[in-house]
Design a protein around this ligand. Sequence first.
Ligand code: MN
Length: 491
Amino acid sequence: MEIKVLDTTLRDGEQTPAVSLMKNDKLRIASKLDEIGVNYIEAGSAITSEGERDSIKAITSEGLNAEILSFSRPIQKDIDYCIECDVDAVNLVVSTSDLHIKDKLKTTHEKLLEMSNNAIEYCKDHGLIVELSAEDASRTGLDFLEDVFSQGIQTGADRICFCDTVGVLTPSKSYKIFSRLSKLDAPLSVHCHNDFGLAVSNTIAAIEGGAQELHATVNGIGERAGNTSLEEIVTSLYVLFGDEFQTSVKTQELNSISKLVSRLTGVYLSPNKAIVGENAFAHESGIHSDGVIKNAKTYEPITPELVGHKRKFIVGKHVGNKGLNTKLLDLGITVNEEQLKCIFDEVKVLGDRGKTISDVDLQAIAYNVLDIHKEDKIKLVDVNVVSGNKIMPTASVKLNIAGEEKLEASVGIGPVDAAINAVNKALTEFSDIELVEYHVDAITGGTDALIDVIVKLKRGDKIISARGTRPDIINASVESYISGINRLIGE
Ligand code: MN
């Protein structure tokens, strides 16, 4: 059976505290959602603001395949704004619990039913598809809820949706409720929140109970603890239920849309996030790494390729010999048994001190063991920089190149640029080396932080990374740069 997917990243997801998306960002996310095969996209809430309407209009005029919806209360003014935005459908949200009806809306069951039906009629008169959503449905009496839905369907609602607005369903309750409501005469949808970490489980139980549509957001972002996560629910249905419940979402694109949304919203993922977290396919433990290398199925329920992710072997204190050797080979470093043991011992010592070892750290340890640095052709003797707000940053650098000292000076956009330019001037014979990436991190918080610079250098088709860590950004930059060049020319 095909389960339809409504993505509400741009509406419920945007209600994540401190998230506000610009028009172009919303359009990019909507286009990507469409591309990966989501059926319905809730683009926003038209009543919110002029800017929100601009974004929704940009999405509706994009000619996407997906049905585009706007959130709307059962109020004519809200619906008029939806019409103005040219959406295909409205997510007509009617509060149904006593708590909402009495305390929030200060009205009665009868008046609420009337409001809901009038709004549906108005929407249908204006050619809109209506998904009638019952807000706080999980704290609403089922008989009243059934009244709201069945009257709504009679009035013309095309689909109905049960919202667990505060995330209080459990899987067994969800299954029971959906088994009953799915007998009504319209496709039934499920909208879950993750307050108890149960959003995906409750959504699955609802589908087993008869729901034909699910609501989700990319990375599970949304109010409070968020919503059902798109990548988790889509992958669960695909892998754990196979033919029983399918969606049209392309799983291979899930990691890339997750990264896009995380970048544009500034909401970063915890590393252990299912499916798309940094560690979702990372292995550290020796026994696990060894198993995965022999047959990935031993410790991975799905392949990273299925969701567009990558497998990683992390080096830490649990690393085994085989995992470490594979990692070193990945980095282009071949070692003999004795060298491997030395590197292994050093990694264990660092691991016991609580440090995880990055690729660059491991490279440094390995090169030390292999004694590559002894043969460093280029050594930094001295670096001086003058910088200020009125003068062009100027640097002088003294290098020892194979025993001979060379002094050069240069200017630059900033002090780091000036220093690197001076190094380049002293090293014209290696002008085919290209800096492809320069990354700075302040390891601790204050202005006295340790500065960690990582550079990636390229010569021909060979790329290496090198690191410099110093309290001074100029020293850290020059050191990492020279160490990278030594490595490139030394091999
Ligand atoms: Mn919600």
